[in-house]
Design a protein around this ligand. Structure first.
Ligand code: ARG
Length: 270
């Protein structure tokens, strides 16, 4: 008898839990739909010249850390991504004009950019480093860049930093491969480049004759950029938080960087 009653109760408790679970699932879904305003896909721009964050394979497919992360965000949030290749320099204006819903491209969250566009919570810690030719002796740190010829990528924090160096002659390029070429040609003495991306290219052996000197010169955080007041920002942020807590972020990080991810703050100080 006691057993029978127990069983009955267990049945009721179980059915109730299932019902609660169903209601909970339904609610998250309803939330998402209202946030996404019925959108099934987001148009996301990237400049696929930035190994290992975004690169275009010979067959046209995009791959990289950012591509995996964006697709994981989309699958948590329940939309699909339509990637569009755009030159890095045109990213901010395309966001301002709302021609794209978002951009993921190793974009550093900066105070300057925050004046015209919005960013998701930071998803990667990075920083600028100094790259020189292997035989260079006289450039050892940031101070020794005075009066030197420095190459940087157009529209990046590297340009602002280079401008603070006394008597530096600055040349700007559209993409990473171009400014490294300039360095190897001897046209530039040093390049201010993303330490992370550069170390990766050196590791896979695609960058010969170049070394990094000194310590990283800046600490930066990458974020996903959106137009100001984007209706998608909230769902993107919630999805990044989910990927941090459910181990997916760690998996993607290990796939590309072969190491444990560092702690990423929930917001930058900008
Ligand atoms: N982190 C730098 C910036 O935000 C460079 C990013 C370059 N990314 C690219 N996909 N080309 O300015």
């Amino acid at each position: 008898m006691v057993n029978l009653i127990n069983l009955k109760w267990r049945h009721i408790v179980l059915s109730l839990s299932c019902l609660l679970l169903l209601i909970a699932c339904h609610q998250t879904h309803a939330d998402l739909n209202t946030t996404l305003k019925g959108a099934k896909y987001l148009k996301v721009a990237c400049d696929p010249t930035f190994i290992p964050f975004e690169i275009q394979k010979a067959n046209g497919n995009l791959e990289g850390f950012d591509i995996d992360l964006m697709n994981a965000i989309a699958s948590v949030a329940g939309f699909t991504v339509q990637f569009e290749s755009l030159p890095f320099d045109g990213m901010v204006s395309s966001l301002q004009a709302k021609r794209i819903d978002a951009a993921i491209s190793g974009i550093t969250i900066t105070t300057e950019r925050l004046k015209t566009i919005s960013f998701s919570r930071p998803y990667l810690k990075a920083g600028l480093a100094i790259a020189v030719r292997e035989d260079t002796q006289d450039i050892k740190d940031f101070n020794s860049l005075q009066g030197k010829k420095i190459a940087v990528q157009i529209g990046t924090p590297g340009v602002d930093l280079a401008k603070t160096i006394p008597n530096a002659k600055i040349s700007t390029f559209n993409s990473g491969p171009e400014f490294f070429q300039d360095l190897l040609n001897g046209n530039a003495d040093a390049v201010l480049c993303d330490a992370f991306a550069t170390l990766y290219v050196m590791k896979i052996g695609n960058l010969k004759g170049i070394k990094l000197v000194g310590n990283p010169v800046t600490e930066e955080y990458y974020g996903i950029a959106t137009p100001k007041n984007s209706p998608y920002l909230d769902v993107i942020n919630k999805s990044i938080a989910t990927l941090f807590s459910n181990g997916t972020y760690k998996k993607i990080y290990q796939k590309w960087f072969d190491s444990e991810p560092p702690q990423i703050p929930a917001a930058t100080r900008n």
